[in-house]
Structures are given as C-alpha cells and as structure tokens.
Design a protein around this ligand. Structure first.
Ligand SMILES: *Cc1c(COP(=O)(O)O)cnc(C)c1O
Length: 369
C-alpha cells in the first residue's frame, strides 16, 4: 500500500496559521505517549499552566489548554459564561468577531454588535458610547483580527468594560506570543488562544484563562453549562487540585508539544520575541513597498504577525498564491469576506518570523509578479 505521508514536504507557512514549527516541538511530539493520569504527565500539565500564566500575564489559577483548536477556546468562554437572556456585546471588526456573535447567539444570549469597518480597529470612544447606551453582561473583543491584520487597543478598553459592570472576553489567538498580551493589566475576565499562530505549535490546543469574576459567574449559573465537554467546572477536577480525576483523555503528545513551544518562547525571552516580530514586520513592509505594494491597515494599528497587503491591479491573486505554493513551497493567505480578492494575508508568526524567510518570500514575489 502506498504511504501518503511520504509525499509531505516542508512548506514555508506564511499564511494566517498554521505557522512554521521548530524542531524542538516536532521532537516533543515524537516522545513516548504516557498515561494522561501518570504522575509524570501531571507534572508536565502543571508546568504548562505556569508557562501559560507567563505568556498571558496573569495570576489566574484557572489557566490551561482546552483540547481543541482556537475556536474551542472561544466556545469555552461563551458556553461557560453566557446564560440564556444575557446581553452580550461583540465588538466586531472581522471574521472572528462575527464568529463570537454566532457562538453567543446559539446560547440564547441577546447579542448586540458594534460593527466596525473591516481593516479598522475597535476604538475606545465608540465602545464607551455603546456601553453607556445600555447595560451588558458580557463584552467580546478580538485583540488581533487575523482576517484583516488589525490590532485593537484592548489596554484602553478593558477598564471601561469593567467599570460598566460587564465581563470582558478577549480573543488573543493570533496575538499571544507575538505582541504583548496582559490579561490582568487590561482587566480581561476570560481569554483564549490557539497553538498554531505565534506559539508555533501544530493546531490542536486552545490555551484559556479565567479570572475570579468569570468564575463567580460560572458558579452562580442557574442552569448547567449546556456543553459537557467544555464545562470548566468539570474539567477543573482533571487540571487542578491534588487528586486528578479523569474527565477526558488529554491529547498527551500535543501537550508535550505545547510545553516545548512555550519553553522556546520563554527561553528566548518574551521581549526579544516581540522585538523580532516587529523587526521582521518592518523588513517585510519595506520590501513590499519596494515592489510597489501597499498595506491595508493604518500604520499604528498594524499587527506585526499578520500583514494585509493590497493586491496590485491586474494581478490574478489566486493564481499567484497557487504558484507560490506549488513551485516555491510558500503558503500565503487570501482575503476573507469583504476583503476577498482585495488583499493577501502574509503571516510571520512565531518561528516563521526570521529574516531568511522574509527575504525568500520577497525574492519569490518579485519573480512571480
Ligand atoms: C485562528 C483564529 C481563531 C480560530 O482558531 P482555530 O484554531 O482555527 O479554531 C479564532 N480567532 C482568531 C483571531 C484566529 O486567528
């Protein structure tokens, strides 16, 4: 029988995720599988919780990876915190805000959205007006909108949400490990991320963190969390405490990989990692400008790790992407929704953010355009 796996060759992953995976993480995946309740595995779980507190910048006890991709973290935040009839405000400026609206709506929340033009940030003044117009129980915001390359100033919004008595859920799937994320300093009550963006791990886990106010709302629920698998009050008995009891079988080798990926970041030093992302972003933007290409997002709101570049006139964007992948083993992303056909999304996330990778993409683009 032929083996399809023999046909897999390395691709330089410069799209919206997954990103390039360092060797240390591949090696971690190949370590022997041990039991999900083996005391040695419990030590690894505890270490991961510590590592995650460092990258999330939080003291939250309930900080751990959910077994599922980034969207499972989103679902976890909403399913545990939303009760039917709750008023949820989503600050939407791209695909992932839209997804939050959908998730909250399915839980019977009264969902309201502050809709912002895709490519622009969520700004504090607009949020303030919305918060003053009525009382909300929960507010959702996407720190780094991967669909547009925009960074929204959660640091200037979190306190305002708290002062208005709502809980803040933050999506930091793309930002975590690439730019500063400060869960405690920004008054974020619940946050989630994913492994395959700036953490440079394969997709499969979703780190989350819940603060005390979020846990109080969970405890005070009138009805059970409507999803057994994501119910944090049950999962905590596996991830916390001195006696760990079975909830589900953790994806053991993926946890090794996450441990190794976080170790890479913490060993390099978070400040250095952020500086590397910024430097690579500048290298990319000036190289693209030299090719006559322009960015979608205003300079001050650009994400370093996700670059939305306008497609030059007369260029068949899908054909170029297909050539990059087929002939040069480089993957970049297309535009979504209203930005389909208008932009490419060039990701320089985590391990991908290296000068040789930026230069290889720029040289190749020059050739194919
Ligand atoms: C990728 C992404 C998600 C969803 O993560 P999946 O791993 O695809 O489920 C959510 N939010 C943002 C901002 C993302 O970039």
């Amino acid at each position: 029988m032929s083996d399809l796996l023999q046909g897999i060759t390395p691709t330089m992953l410069m799209g919206p995720g997954p990103s390039c995976v360092p060797d240390a993480v591949y090696k971690a995946l190949a370590k022997p599988t041990i039991g999900h309740l083996d005391p040695y595995f419990v030590r690894i779980m505890d270490a991961i919780k510590e590592q995650l507190r460092e990258v999330f910048h939080t003291q939250n006890a309930l900080t751990m990876p959910m077994s599922g991709t980034g969207s499972s973290g989103m679902e976890t935040c909403f399913v545990n915190l939303v009760e039917p009839g709750d008023k949820v405000l989503v600050l939407t400026n791209g695909v992932f805000g839209k997804r939050m609206q959908d998730v909250a709506g399915r839980l019977g929340a009264e969902v309201d959205a502050l809709e912002i033009t895709w490519g622009e940030p969520v700004l504090p003044d607009a949020v303030k007006a919305k918060l003053e117009s009525q009382k909300y129980d929960i507010v959702g915001i996407v720190h780094a909108e991967t669909s547009t390359g925009v960074c929204s100033p959660v640091d200037a919004i979190g306190k305002m949400v708290r002062d208005h008595g709502a809980l803040l859920i933050m999506d930091c799937v793309t930002s975590l490990g690439g730019i500063p994320v400060d869960v405690d300093g920004w008054f974020v009550d619940a946050a989630y991320s994913g492994t395959q963006k700036c953490l440079s791990c394969p997709p499969g886990l979703s780190p989350i963190t819940f603060g005390e106010r979020a846990l109080a709302k969970l405890k005070a629920r009138k009805n059970k969390v409507p999803n057994w698998y994501l119910d944090l009050s049950l999962i905590a008995s596996y991830w916390e405490g001195t006696t760990r009891t079975y909830h589900h079988t953790a994806p053991v080798n993926m946890e090794y990989a996450l441990y190794a990926a976080l170790k890479e970041i913490l060993d390099e030093g978070q400040e250095k990692v952020f500086a590397r992302h910024n430097a690579m972003h500048e290298r990319l933007v000036s190289g693209l400008a030299a090719l006559g290409m322009e960015m979608l997002v205003a300079k001050e709101y650009r994400l370093p790790m996700l670059n939305a570049v306008r497609i030059p006139d007369g260029v068949d964007e899908a054909a170029i992407r297909a050539r990059l992948l087929k002939e040069f083993a480089i993957e970049i992303g297309s535009g979504l929704g209203p930005l389909a056909g208008k932009i490419w999304r060039i990701g320089i996330m985590g391990h991908t953010a290296r000068p040789e990778n930026i230069d290889r993409l720029l040289e190749t683009l020059k050739k194919v355009l």
